[in-house]
Design a protein around this ligand. Structure first.
Ligand code: ZN
Length: 84
């Protein structure tokens, strides 16, 4: 009887711990998708940049916008080759 009641809180703790890791991981990837990137507002733009000072962005002939990475990807842009 005691053996059973003792294992329950332990199992619960383990499940909570596993959930926290799973949720924490999801939170991290959400933060990653929502981070700000810089895009060049021209038809020729193909990439978005994490750094406003990126050399790829210096070639931009139009204006530069700050958007979320997800929004940039929706425009068909891919991450800049000069950055990681
Ligand atoms: Zn760049």
């Amino acid at each position: 009887m005691f053996g059973v009641t003792k294992t329950h809180p332990m199992t619960k703790t383990l499940i909570t711990f596993a959930l926290a890791i799973a949720l924490g991981g999801a939170g991290l990837s959400l933060a990653k998708a929502g981070r700000k990137v810089y895009i060049c507002n021209t038809k020729n733009a193909v990439a978005y940049h994490f750094n406003r000072e990126c050399q790829g962005l210096q070639k931009c002939k139009g204006t530069v916008s700050e958007v979320t990475e997800a929004a940039a990807q929706e425009k068909g842009l891919h991450s800049c080759g000069f950055e990681k």
